[in-house]
Design a protein around this ligand. Structure first.
Ligand code: SF4
Ligand code: SF4
Length: 247
């Protein structure tokens, strides 16, 4: 548990969740340079994501290095002005970011999302990066050199109670649960997308890019319903809506 004198965000931001140091050197950081093989758009950068309260913390510390004013909101609107999600910005560090900035949580977790329940109990790990997930769902050869070592990482997480305790802090836990819902929504939508399924392997990534940027790889209405349900369950379990200040 955190000591009373400790600030949660100080501890979280200074904690390393990456078990494989400098893995980008062996794989050329494909998770942080998502130029998809055969894609036509060649995304020049990847995206870095901050939970709303995490962003406020980094902003106060003047540690938002990437075009501070250009952060875009990535959130789900639940009605009555309630939004859950965070802020994201394009990142062009291509994996070579550690000595340039303090990483937000979701960058530190990549490539695996810890799967926890609403009580904060740890169950499993799943892929976090959309390209890795797509590769897995379509049975393509993996690009990330770590994803094939799931058992090893699962054991590392199981043997890291301190890290899991930090992640079970209600505000963060809520976002991990919401991320799991979002990724499940993506997987289901991907596997129900006729254009993607019919595309030849040569045309797969260009058609994937098009579907992604036109918003057809998420079922937004279902996502809103599922996140809203999570909010209700979370409020019931923890007694409050998952805004950080209330904990
Ligand atoms: S997480 Fe995977 S894809 Fe990303 S830099 Fe490490 S090995 Fe490469
Ligand atoms: S900050 Fe680092 S880990 Fe995060 S997206 Fe940028 S290069 Fe990748």
């Amino acid at each position: 548990m955190l000591k009373k004198t400790e600030n949660y965000w100080d501890v979280l931001s200074s904690t390393d969740f990456v078990f494989e140091e400098n893995c980008w050197q062996t794989c050329e950081s494909v998770c942080c340079e998502p130029v998809v093989p055969g894609g036509v758009l060649r995304f020049p950068q990847t995206w870095v994501f901050y939970m709303f309260e995490e962003f406020k913390y980094f902003e106060k510390k003047e540690q938002i290095p990437l075009n501070k004013s250009k952060h875009k909101e990535l959130s789900v609107e639940l009605g009555n002005g309630v939004r859950v999600g965070g802020l994201c910005n394009q990142c062009n560090h291509q994996g070579r970011c550690k000595d340039k900035m303090t990483l937000p949580l979701f960058c530190k977790l990549c490539p695996f999302l810890p799967v926890m329940d609403i009580d904060g109990k740890f169950h499993d790990i799943e892929l976090l990066n959309l390209i890795d997930l797509t590769v897995e769902q379509m049975n393509f050869a993996p690009r990330c050199s770590i994803v094939g070592q799931k058992e090893k990482y699962l054991n590392m997480w199981k043997n890291s109670p301190g890290l899991l305790r930090l992640l079970s802090y209600p505000y963060t836990l809520f976002h991990l649960l919401a991320a799991k819902i979002t990724l499940d929504n993506y997987k289901k939508t991907l596997l129900n997308n006729p254009k993607i399924l019919k595309s030849s392997s040569a045309a797969f990534w260009s058609s994937w890019e098009l579907e992604l940027i036109t918003g057809r790889l998420f079922d937004k209405e279902q996502l809103r319903i599922d996140i809203s349900k999570l909010c209700d369950e979370f409020t019931e379990e923890h007694g409050r809506f998952p805004s950080f200040d209330s904990f």
